[in-house]
Design a protein. Structure first.
Ligand code: PHE
Length: 342
């Protein structure tokens, strides 16, 4: 084989081997094998010196052409392998823009908020405005000014979370009565006072240590027990449904005189007796009464000229009855399976 034939064999071998390179690493090996310092083509160039002088120019030209050709092919192969690599990576991380989107989950109002708003709407219809008073209350507003002095046994009705020796978390919304009266110069009042209340109590399926109340207060020149009962009846019908009956039982609160407890006929059994009403036929909806003269006076209203009624109702309990919720702890449990149902 003369040197030209040898070169042709090396070239053919190089071209065939190039076809086989499937990745950059293999391509680099190929380059080393043919064009590197000890590569087969490089060795051919080095061998020029050993040829008879007459053959050197022609062979030199030929071997340089082969080297050029392979160098160009190498550059092209490198480019296309890199491009293929990028395409592969893009494909692996591709976003299919034709796929349908994932629906965004939208929230909604908590059951308690929904119930509160229903209550606001009902009392707005009856001419009551919403007034808010603080959660952290003075002992005097929560108790003393409501005719519950420190020695009064009725304080036991409201187990208390104390903040310091004068301040506490309100145990009921009634302190708001004093705040509203003190804020107004004597003039008729018709407000509801919604808010969270706190009691230092065991948590069970029936009672939480935090819960909402809506207080009502109406003060005027001739407000009577009849107005209170009428208002409670209206509320029962608007909240629980037309045709609801109410019943009034005598009760005791230090800040109302007389005091009553207001019940509505059971929304489930209509009075026949069932587990919801504990077979009494009635559901408790509010504690209420005529504002005690001492409380009117503490609010800056002369009890000889003014009279008023007040009531306090729960919010979670009525929601429970309306929707058949059996455990009050669900209201603060943040379990979405429960919350999503409303
Ligand atoms: N504050 C009383 C309670 O928490 C309810 C109530 C309010 C009773 C207003 C009478 C008048 O139990």
């Amino acid at each position: 084989m003369d040197s030209f034939e040898e070169l042709a064999v090396v070239r053919a071998e190089a071209l065939a081997a190039l076809e086989e390179t499937e990745n950059i690493a293999a391509l680099r090996d190929w380059e080393k094998a043919y064009l590197g310092r000890k590569g087969k083509v490089t060795l051919q160039i080095r061998a020029i010196g050993k040829l008879p002088p007459a053959q050197r120019p022609a062979f030199g030209k030929e071997v340089n052409q082969v080297k050029q050709e392979l160098a160009v092919l190498y550059a092209e192969a490198e480019k296309s392998l890199k491009r293929a690599e990028i395409a592969r990576r893009l494909a692996a991380s591709a976003v299919d823009v034709t796929l349908p989107g994932r629906p965004a989950i939208s929230g909604h109002l908590h059951l308690t908020t929904q119930t509160l708003r229903q209550i606001y709407a009902i009392f707005a219809q009856l001419g009551f405005e919403v007034y808010e008073s603080p959660d952290v209350e003075l002992e005097s507003y929560n108790f003393d000014l409501l005719n519950i002095p420190a020695y009064h046994p009725a304080r036991d009705m409201w187990d208390t979370f104390w903040v310091d020796d004068k301040r506490l978390l309100r145990t009921h919304t009634s302190p708001g009565q004093i705040r509203v009266m003190r804020e107004r110069t004597p003039e008729p009042i018709r407000v509801i006072l919604p808010g969270k209340c706190y009691r230092y109590e065991q948590i069970t399926a029936r009672s939480e240590h935090q819960f909402y109340q809506v207080e009502g207060l109406a003060v005027g020149r001739q407000v009577s027990m009849t107005d209170l009962i009428g208002t409670m009846h209206q509320f029962a019908e608007l909240f629980y449904g037309e045709g609801r009956q109410i019943r009034v039982r005598s009760s005791y609160f230090p800040f109302t005189e007389p005091s009553i407890e207001v019940d509505t006929d059971c929304i489930l059994c209509g009075g026949e007796g069932c587990p919801i009403c504990k077979y009494t036929g009635w559901l408790e909806i509010a504690g209420a009464g005529m504002v005690h003269p001492v409380v009117l006076e503490n609010g800056g209203y002369n009890p000889d000229e003014w009279s008023g009624f007040a009531f306090g109702m729960g919010v979670e309990r009525p929601s429970m009855m309306k929707y058949g919720v059996e455990d009050i702890r669900l209201f603060y449990g943040n379990d979405l399976r429960f919350l999503r149902q409303f």
